[in-house]
Design a protein around this ligand. Structure first.
Ligand SMILES: [Zn+2]
Length: 110
């Protein structure tokens, strides 16, 4: 699995605006879109990297359209923090061998 990080993403900029956040990462398929954050910052913040890659796995597991549909429905029903996809991604943050288990290291990230 290869993961691409896109800086200065207009999609992440819109998400940041909607969330009222100064910076934002949003995952769309295998692409992590960043706004007001750099690829270096993400790669060197392992808990954050695990969180975003957990979302990449969710996209992969559910498929593009089903994932975005479920994510939006869960967000409406449970809110952002209690969205089951966000709960799962937060668990990955402290899962020490998460990246090794799914065979991700820096060479899979461009
Ligand atoms: Zn998240």
């Amino acid at each position: 699995m290869n993961i691409r990080i896109k800086e200065n993403s207009w999609i992440a900029r819109i998400a940041a605006y909607k969330l009222g956040a100064a910076n934002c990462a949003i995952v769309i398929g295998p692409n992590i879109h960043l706004y007001n954050a750099t690829k270096e910052q993400l790669i060197h913040n392992t808990p954050w990297l695990r969180h975003e890659i957990a979302h990449v796995l969710q996209w992969k597991k559910h498929g593009f359209i089903p994932f975005i549909t479920k994510y939006l429905l869960y967000s409406i029903r449970f809110g952002y923090s209690n969205n089951p996809f966000e709960i799962e991604a937060r668990k990955a943050e402290s899962d020490l061998d998460f990246l090794a288990r799914i065979n991700i290291d820096e060479k899979n990230i461009c």
